[in-house]
Write a protein that binds this ligand. Structure first.
Ligand code: AHR
Length: 495
């Protein structure tokens, strides 16, 4: 394969990387909450019923923000069912995933978990079957110190200090016919405007995320976003984007090229935000909140058959999935000027990097790119010039064989590279124009025996990072040999 050169200049900066792009998502779905983060019956549970092994693994991902409680679940959820003494909380027939919800885990437990893990809470209100007033009451319960009905209810429930939830999603995927209470854009816009106004009247410091399109496949893609943004105006601090990708035709090169399509989705949605801002002659910019992203196509069955914590959408991830997960994060970093929040959907058992089986825990391949990148996230995203071979994916268009992004922080440079080639190593040089690379601080490589290689409970270490050795420095440039189907995360000192 022809060589690749990554050109950079430390002054060609895009924007600081918002740490909130390293967020997660916890939904009452399948075994995400029960048997996932919360499992009082497990030998691995702590005194609060949280799974210690799960939380220790999640700690390694150092997630900044955690979206809760859904997802599709939220569109039928009444938050008051999940507070107060457990013995009085109702068992509810849950329609989005056809399950039984015990409500043993609710708002106060979630906030407690967020505090324990250092996650910023991010809550979604029910704009499917719920009312704007119910949403506003939840803000009062969470954020007002005391002296009024819902604030005092929180105090009575044993939480004198406000939960102080700053970020609120105005429903979930309301453009989708599968959503409980789905309505056309104009009707959603009215609901969302009413809710946002009352929620912000209750606490002026909160920020709201309006539902954008739930995927690029929607007939109303971008038109939904335009209508909603035009109606809701300045109340929209962020607009949500969702994306689940897959390889149903077993075309790995095309699957790995999906990053180009993620780049386009971000740029198209941002274009709508800029268009509406200009039409409204407004100074206020609505930023992007990519609050659901992942690989999801192998296990789509969503019927919980009336069970508590059924096994639902427990996708098994392999090497190619891990490379695509890296691609999502690389795309967010390349668009650091517009993507301010992003949430890996989800964190445990349900389309997740972690799986529990009894008291055992499995780390899946997609865990590693997140871990490798989260510890190198501080700094400013750089504009790169990638000069090297390219190829054309069947549906996703032409991409460079080597995918790249970089973050600079003072004299530290973090660089992330994916070699998408199926069977050839990529010779790559990193060439800073205005400075030199003086040392390698750390370098890790994720690869595996083949695209379909996956970890399992029986063999947990098939796909995991190793120290990246094939890296040399010469005259201020770095030179490396990236194996076929691999992802590298590196930190250099500049000077
Ligand atoms: O993350 C799984 C589901 O995907 C969420 O509940 C929904 O918002 C999306 O369709």
């Amino acid at each position: 394969m022809k060589k690749t050169t990554v050109h950079l200049h430390t002054r060609l900066q895009i924007s600081p990387v918002d740490p909130r792009i390293f967020g997660g998502f916890l939904e009452h779905l399948g075994r995400a909450v029960y048997e996932g983060v919360y499992d009082p019956g497990s030998a691995r549970a702590d005194e609060n019923g949280y799974r210690k092994d799960v939380l220790e693994a999640l700690d390694r991902l150092d997630m900044t923000i955690m979206r809760y409680p859904g997802g599709n679940f939220v569109s039928g959820y009444h938050w008051e069912d999940g507070i107060g003494p457990r013995e009085f909380r109702p068992r509810v027939r849950e329609l989005a995933w056809q399950s039984i919800e015990t409500n043993h885990f609710g708002t106060d437990e979630y906030i407690h978990l967020c505090r324990k893990m250092g996650w910023e809470p991010m809550m979604a209100v029910n704009l499917g079957t719920g009312t704007p007033e119910e949403a506003r009451n939840w803000v009062e319960y969470c954020n007002i110190p005391s002296g009024s009905r819902y604030a005092d209810l929180r105090v009575t429930n044993g939480h004198p200090a406000p939960h102080d939830v700053k970020l609120w999603c105005l429903g979930n995927e309301m453009d989708g016919p599968w959503q409980l209470g789905h309505v056309p854009a104009q009707d959603y816009a009215i609901r969302a405007q009413q809710a946002a106004k009352m929620m912000k009247d209750t606490d002026r410091s909160i920020r709201c995320v309006v539902c954008g399109s739930s995927g690029i496949q929607m007939d109303t893609y971008l038109e939904w976003d335009r209508q909603v943004l035009e109606y809701i105006g300045g109340l929209a601090d962020y607009i949500s984007l969702h994306r689940y990708v897959g390889n149903p035709n077993d075309d790995t090169p095309d699957f790995l090229a999906v990053t180009a399509s993620i780049d386009h989705q971000i740029e198209q949605t941002d274009a709508v935000c800029r268009y509406v801002q200009a039409r409204r002659k407004s100074k206020k910019r609505t930023y992007l909140c990519f609050d659901e992203w992942n690989i999801w196509y192998k296990d789509r069955a969503g019927d919980g058959m009336g069970k508590v914590a059924p096994h639902l959408i427990e996708e098994v991830y392999n090497l190619e999935d891990a490379l695509v997960a890296a691609g999502f994060l690389q795309s967010f970093i390349r668009h650091a000027d517009v993507v301010k929040i992003a949430n890996l959907a989800q964190i445990v058992n349900v389309i997740a990097p972690l799986q529990t089986r009894g008291d055992d825990l499995l780390i899946q391949s997609t865990f590693y790119p997140f871990e490798m990148m989260c510890k190198r996230r501080e700094g400013i995203s750089l504009r790169l010039g990638v000069d090297g071979p390219s190829y054309e994916g069947k549906t996703n268009g032409t991409v460079c064989t080597v995918d790249a992004c970089a973050i600079i922080h003072e004299d530290t440079l973090h660089l992330f590279l994916t070699n998408r080639h199926m069977d050839e190593a990529a010779e790559v040089s990193i060439a800073p124009a205005d400075t030199g690379i003086v040392s390698v601080e750390s370098a890790e490589l994720l690869t595996g025996p083949d695209a379909k290689a996956a970890n399992s409970f029986e063999d947990k270490n098939v796909v995991k990072p190793v120290t990246f050795e094939e890296l040399t420095l010469k005259a201020g440039n770095a030179h490396m040999r990236l194996p076929a189907l691999s992802f590298a995360a590196m930190t250099f000192k500049l000077g």
